[in-house]
Each structure stands twice: as C-alpha cells, then as structure tokens.
Design a binder for this molecule. Structure first.
Ligand SMILES: NC(=O)c1ccc[n+]([C@@H]2O[C@H](COP(=O)([O-])OP(=O)(O)OC[C@H]3O[C@@H](n4cnc5c(N)ncnc54)[C@H](OP(=O)(O)O)[C@@H]3O)[C@@H](O)[C@H]2O)c1
Length: 246
C-alpha cells in the first residue's frame, strides 16, 4: 500500500524536495501550509510526479485553535498517517530579535511553540495508531548557542530536547521519531544570504532526509559532515566560541 503522508510546512523549499521523492513512489498526501496559492502549486507538482493529494489546509500555524481539527481532518482523509513531517520555520534577523521583544516572540512562536504543539498532537495520533514515522526539521543551529543566531538557535535546541523525549516515550514501539538537522541550505529562507563553501541545495539533502525518515534514523545531519563540524563546535570552550565570528 502507498504511504500516507501528512505534511506541515509543505511549501518549504527543503520539504518540497523530500515530498517529490514520496510522490514518485505514489504516496498519498495531506498538505498543510500557510499560503493556499503556494500549497496548490506544490500539490499540482506532486500529482504530476505520481502522488495523490487527498486534502490540504492553509492557515497560519500561530492560529493555535486550528491544529487539532486540521489533524483530525487529515486523519479522516488519509485513513491513518504513515509519515508525519513537520518542516515549517522562519529565520529572523538576529540583531532585530535583540532589540524587539515582538521579533523574539515571533521567532519562538514560528520555530518552537507551533512546531512542538503540532508535533505533540501528531505524536498522540501515532500513539493511537501504534505505528508511524514522525519527522521534524530542526537545525544544526540548535547544537550550540552562538552570538550570530542564538534566538533562532534556542528554538531548535528546544526542539532537539522535545524530540529526544519523544524518542524515549516511543522506545520499544513501532513509532519512530526522526530529528532532521540540516546545515546551511539554499532555500527561500536563505535566499538573501551569501552562499559559500559549506552550503548545500535542497536537492542535495533531500535523498538523505527521505532515507532517514524511511529508516527511522533518530538524528539525521544533512549533509552528514555537519555531525562532525557541530561535534567540534560543541567541544570548544565557551570563551573560544564567544570570540569566534559565528
Ligand atoms: N535553509 C536552511 O539553511 C536551513 C538550515 C537548517 C534548518 N532549516 C529548517 O528547515 C525548515 C524548512 O526551511 P526551508 O529552508 O525550506 O525554508 P522555506 O522554504 O522558507 O520554508 C519555510 C516554510 O515555513 C512556512 N512557515 C513559516 N512560518 C509559518 C507559520 N507561522 N505558519 C505556517 N507556515 C509557516 C513557510 O510558509 P510560506 O511558504 O507561506 O512562507 C514555508 O513553507 C525550517 O524549519 C528551517 O528552520 C533550514
């Protein structure tokens, strides 16, 4: 039977590349995003590649009351969820968050609160089913607080802790929780930034993410070399990290 895939943040550049791979395998999708027009374009593309879009919903994920009814609607349309993927997020200007509590709150809501609330609800659905893969896109930014992006990084560190706890909760069951940690990736989120040596494209990292979800890999760095880079950065003394331009 084809996989049934529920996606939050389906219009994300990274996520869309991963969904293309499920579409060629004939997956059935329920797509959730903020922008109905962009969502329709993604749906058309997935159908053209062999997928089936069984439903969709568009709303801002800070509209907290929508999450439970939308997940219930998705379950009704799909029958059950084999793969749930949570991919949304925003990258704020670090300096703006330092002078604006509103910008800090928006960063927390977009990248931590909405992600964990949705993930918790999806986890409960998988618990009821007794099986499924729950994948969330975190970031290497969560591995160490750094002055260049500590507001965003803190949300990703929080997601890492949340997912580690979920992995413990579902240990010994047929539910797998996958923490996806991309490094710097060319996407609409980073289009305004200069792209250097360590950058990847969404196309580069999508096959690895797709495999990691299917295998239920607990923590997947994308590409894999980020595991080593972040290990080194985590081991550096605080005084050294504070002086580095990172
Ligand atoms: N690109 C990188 O270098 C990088 C590195 C590490 C981790 N990540 C993570 O990877 C994930 C995907 O990012 P991306 O690079 O693919 O960026 P992207 O193309 O800009 O995708 C971000 C997605 O999040 C959605 N979104 C943001 N806030 C939302 C809200 N309040 N309600 C509903 N949808 C919302 C956006 O919707 P709209 O289309 O409507 O704007 C968009 O679909 C994010 O979690 C990001 O933090 C990215």
């Amino acid at each position: 039977m084809s996989l049934r895939v529920l996606v939050y943040g389906a219009t994300s550049g990274i996520c869309h590349e991963v969904l293309k791979r499920y579409a060629t395998e004939g997956a059935g999708f329920f797509l959730v995003g903020r922008n109905a027009q962009k969502l329709a374009a993604v749906a058309d593309d997935l159908v053209a590649r062999g997928g089936e879009v069984l439903g969709s919903s568009s709303y801002d994920f800070k509209d907290w009351g929508q999450h439970e009814p939308v997940i219930a609607q998705a379950v009704e349309r799909l029958g059950a969820i084999d793969v749930a993927l949570v991919a949304h997020g925003t990258l704020p200007e670090q300096l703006e968050t330092e002078v604006s509590t509103a910008a800090t709150q928006a960063c927390m809501d977009d990248n931590f609160t909405s992600v964990t609330v949705v993930t918790q609800a999806l986890a409960q659905q998988l618990a009821l089913q007794g099986q499924g893969k729950l994948a969330v896109i975190s970031s290497v930014a969560g591995d160490r607080g750094r002055k260049s992006n500590y507001t965003y990084g803190a949300t990703k560190a929080g997601i890492d802790a949340f997912l580690a706890g979920l992995q413990g909760r579902f240990s010994g069951t047929d539910i797998r929780v996958v923490n996806i940690k991309p490094g710097m990736t060319v996407s609409p989120m980073t289009a305004h930034m200069a792209h250097g040596l360590l950058w990847s494209t969404a196309q580069d990292i999508a096959p690895g993410i797709h495999n990691a979800i299917n295998r239920g890999t607990p923590v997947h760095y994308a590409p894999g070399y980020w595991r080593l880079i972040m290990l080194i950065i985590r081991l550096l003394p605080t005084a050294v990290v504070a002086k580095l331009p990172i």
